[in-house]
Write a protein that binds this ligand. Structure first.
Ligand SMILES: Cc1cc2nc3c(=O)[nH]c(=O)nc-3n(C[C@H](O)[C@H](O)[C@H](O)COP(=O)(O)OP(=O)(O)OC[C@H]3O[C@@H](n4cnc5c(N)ncnc54)[C@H](O)[C@@H]3O)c2cc1C
Length: 468
């Protein structure tokens, strides 16, 4: 009998089945700080959903784990190949199939990256509004992780933009869900089940995405505050004001120092203000009308001054772009500074001050340093944890996730569970919900070949019980 690799080669040709030293080390890992790298037995480069279905059929026959990979920018170890597994890489399925201006949708293959989609939609005066910090991320990976990013406070996350999918199940069946419309009440919403499922339910081979008019004018306002708690208290008032910011971020003083130093960025903040500021609020406003934008900037300035801003700076366009880019690269600044792990817990935005206060107590109790920045507008707090002792690091993570959960939050707001946060997710999540998730997993992927070990992992209990 032919081996799995021989069968894959017969299907795709040798140029599209990589093994041994032909596999790049890039395909062994994502950007997680803690996941162990692992080489797959084979990397395959499909061109169509039909080929993905054939790959799944072969993997099923050989009980091979299958991991989908977009651009490998994930931060949770979710696309790290499994032992003896096959990695489906989508670099040869990277076409923008359609920009449908009248229906305001884009139809894309999974390997399209966010930068390419942004350039293509800009030509039509449209925008795909999800901007996670890494524009090389693929749309397949974005869908699978339900990527968020800074603009979620205005536009929502990937989940809110995915109107339809083509996907291959763990059975090898190809399904199409949704379509070029924003509403449907026709059966279970399979699109939304697949979004955020981290490649554990289905392999996405096409996505239909919602687009929006691209606003012509934008302004970035930077406001130093005395404390992060002052910013967190100001955020609900800003959201309630109706100004509708596109970006509403906080950056603590340590993170600001690191990200501005990493880019050599000078923001012209008054020395006395700098001395007093322990945190910075960044607000980006956008409008199709420059007069309306100016009015919003003024209203925002007045509001945040009454809410405790030490000063208000409307940044020149170059400095504004540099600051946003520096913020997007905060992960790399933290990594360069030696962070041992990063956390993207989400809590209700009004609970951010309480959460951050608890985090600082945890840091003190464990002799750790925890600094950060985050999407203050949607409660998504990004923490860099500096604690080199593995046991203490685990203790910090456990306590931080428990604190977030106790305040009504969730382990991950956007990076996903992957392999890194799986233990914490399983420990904190409701067992009844976990059991239901395992049954859903078994329905999509009865042999448990899709990304086993990520999020839920294989469901041995189900197999033993005969439900698989
Ligand atoms: C500097 C930096 C900043 C970041 N900022 C943010 C941020 O602000 N917000 C945010 O949400 N994320 C952020 N991220 C994380 C990351 O960019 C996103 O998670 C991104 O969506 C992952 O896309 P990818 O193509 O790299 O996916 P990968 O890392 O390749 O894969 C991620 C997951 O998706 C699965 N997958 C990939 N393709 C498919 C497919 N076709 N079908 C099914 N499953 C698939 C993989 O198996 C894996 O489980 C950041 C990352 C970096 C490095």
């Amino acid at each position: 009998m032919l081996g799995a690799v021989d069968k894959l080669t017969a299907l795709l040709g040798s140029a599209r089945v990589l093994t041994g030293t032909d596999i790049s080390e890039d395909d062994w890992h994502d950007e997680s700080l803690v996941a162990l790298w692992h080489a797959p037995d084979a990397v395959v480069l499909p061109h169509s959903a039909a080929e993905v279905a054939e790959i799944i059929a072969i993997a099923r026959d050989f009980a091979m784990p299958v991991t989908a990979r977009g651009s490998g920018t994930g931060l949770a170890g979710a696309c790290v190949p499994r032992a003896g597994g096959v990695l489906i890489a989508f670099r040869e399925m990277s076409a923008i199939l359609e920009i449908d201006v009248d229906n305001q949708v884009a139809v894309v293959q999974p390997g399209v990256n966010l930068r390419a989609l942004d350039e293509a939609t800009a030509r039509h005066g449209l925008v795909y509004p999800v901007f996670p910090g890494e524009s090389s991320a693929s749309l397949g990976g974005s869908v699978a992780t339900n990527a968020g990013g800074m603009r979620a406070v205005k536009y929502g996350v990937t989940r809110h933009q995915v109107l339809g999918l083509e996907a291959v199940l763990g059975t090898g069946e190809v399904i199409r869900t949704g379509g070029k419309f924003v509403k449907a009440t026709s059966g279970y919403d399979l699109t939304q089940l697949i979004v955020g499922s981290e490649g554990t339910l289905a392999i996405v081979t096409e996505a239909t995405l919602r687009l929006y008019p691209r606003q012509a004018h934008a302004a970035t306002v930077l406001a130093p505050f005395r404390t992060v708690a002052d910013i967190a208290a100001a955020v609900p008032r800003i959201v309630q004001s109706g100004i509708a910011p596109m970006i509403l971020e906080y950056i603590d003083v340590m993170s600001m120092a690191a990200i501005t130093a990493a880019r050599g960025l000078e923001l012209g903040i008054d020395a006395a203000v700098k001395e007093a500021a322990l945190a910075y609020l960044v607000v980006v406003l956008e409008s199709r009308d420059s007069g309306r934008l100016d009015e919003d900037i003024e209203s925002l300035g007045d509001l945040i001054t009454t809410l405790g801003a030490l000063d208000v700076y409307v940044l020149p366009p170059r400095a504004a772009a540099d600051l946003i880019e520096a913020r997007e690269r905060a992960f790399f600044a933290a990594k360069a500074a030696g962070a041992n792990e990063i956390v993207d817990t989400v809590v209700p935005r009004a609970q951010i001050p309480e959460f951050l206060a608890r985090v600082q107590l945890i840091a003190q109790d464990t002799g750790s340093m925890v600094v950060g920045c985050g999407h203050a507008g949607d409660g998504n707090v990004h923490l860099s944890v500096f604690q080199s002792d593995p046991e203490r690091l685990e203790q910090v993570l456990r306590s931080v996730f428990a604190a977030g959960a106790a305040l009504g939050g969730a382990v991950s707001g956007e990076h996903g569970i992957g392999t890194d946060k799986r233990g914490h997710f399983l420990a904190l999540e409701d067992p009844a919900k976990l059991a239901l998730m395992a049954r859903i997993k078994a329905a999509f992927d009865p042999d448990g070949i899709l990304n086993p070990g990520a999020m839920l992992g294989p469901a041995p209990a189900l197999v033993e019980a005969g439900a698989g």
